[in-house]
Design a protein around this ligand. Structure first.
Ligand code: NAP
Ligand code: GLV
Length: 313
């Protein structure tokens, strides 16, 4: 089996070594421009279209992350880019769930216990107790009840705050009040004090974090965006912070990454910026999961984590 690897963000040598150890009978190579030789499988992150040029022999494309928006955007921009017969398979958790729980829990508790206010007070050497938000009314709404969103919602519920979840189809998750579909969106948002975004970026979800959404939340709500920058209408966030409709935001993802040095988010007193690091792809776990699925594929077994391109995730 011949397997291509392409990721502008990773050290290919490390991946090729670990993948070869996991699947000693396969032949791995890094893709370089001009490589059109046969391959059965591609393992990629944010590929350029040429990776797939003339590759209708590919049986599967493994995405080195949970979100496949970059790959599907290629297909939208250049129809016919994706190999016609290949399954597109994304990472399912592979160590990202625990990281996402840590990141979002930290951000939610930071706001609930007012550490954001204490950070600001410390810059003025000001000693002043600020009442914590009572957990019983500090309602958290998690957009996206998939592999990551459901884990985050369950973890937060353990702190005693009411937790809601929103998905496309109906979900039942113990301890979480669930909502689904456009018709229930406003009921989901109503009274939410912290909105956490863990939706995939699709044509349906682009710009979902906008003025209308913010206006349906509790007054002085908090936003935590750990999904994609394209979900957020940036000016609407700045306006909602200026009006007080939102109190603060923690953002891990941006329209343009790296976030340009001149971007207003960097200096905003109520915005916390992290560099797309809430849940990183962990090489050992990713290799293990992909190798297991390649084995299953070669035995003709069905795979989990296969993306439905018409849904966009
Ligand atoms: P997932 O398992 O595919 O879950 C997606 C969830 O979103 C599902 O519950 C799905 O509903 C829901 N959904 C999709 N479209 C919707 C719509 N139009 N309306 C309402 N709900 C909708 O994805 P995941 O593995 O949890 O990952 C989620 C996203 O997190 C990824 O796509 C990626 O963008 C982001 N991410 C970011 C980082 C980071 O470091 N910042 C790391 C990993 C992932 P159904 O349950 O009905 O299908
Ligand atoms: C990271 O952003 C991912 O989608 O895995």
């Amino acid at each position: 089996m011949k397997i291509l690897f392409y990721s502008p963000q990773d050290d290919a040598a490390d991946y090729l070594r670990d993948l070869s150890n996991a699947l000693p009978d396969a032949q791995f190579r890094e893709w370089h421009p001009g490589d059109t030789a046969h391959a059965d499988i591609a393992i990629v992150w944010q590929p350029v279209p040429d990776v797939f040029a003339g590759r209708d022999d590919l049986r599967a494309v493994f995405n080195l992350g949970a979100g496949v928006d970059a790959i599907l955007a290629l297909e939208r921009a250049h129809p016919g880019t994706l190999p016609r017969h290949a399954q597109l398979v994304r990472l399912e958790d592979s160590g990202m769930g625990a990281q996402m729980i840590e990141y979002v829990t930290y951000a939610v508790l930071r706001y609930m216990r007012r550490f954001d206010r204490y950070d600001a007070q410390q810059t003025e050497s000001r000693w002043q107790v600020v009442d914590a938000w009572p957990s019983a009314t500090f309602t958290v709404g998690v957009l996206g009840m998939g592999v990551l969103g459901a884990q985050v919602a369950k973890a937060l519920a353990q702190f005693g705050m009411p937790v809601r979840g929103f998905s496309r189809s109906a979900r039942e998750i113990e301890g979480i009040e669930t909502f689904h579909g456009e018709a229930q969106f406003n009921a989901f948002l109503d009274g939410v004090k912290v909105l956490v975004n863990l939706l995939p970026h699709t044509p349906d979800t682009r710009g979902v974090l906008n003025a209308q959404t913010f206006s349906a939340l509790a007054n002085g709500a908090y936003l935590i965006n750990v999904a994609r920058g394209a979900h957020l209408v940036e000016q609407d966030l700045l306006d909602a912070l200026a009006s007080g409709q939102l109190a603060a935001a923690t953002l891990d993802v941006f329209h343009q990454e790296p976030l340009p040095a001149t971007h207003p988010f960097w200096q905003h007193p109520h915005i916390t910026v992290t560099p797309h690091s809430s849940a990183r792809t962990l090489r050992a776990q990713a290799v293990q999961q992909i190798a297991r699925k390649i084995d299953a594929l070669s035995r003709g077994e069905p795979l989990s984590g296969v993306v439905d391109p018409t849904r966009g995730y």
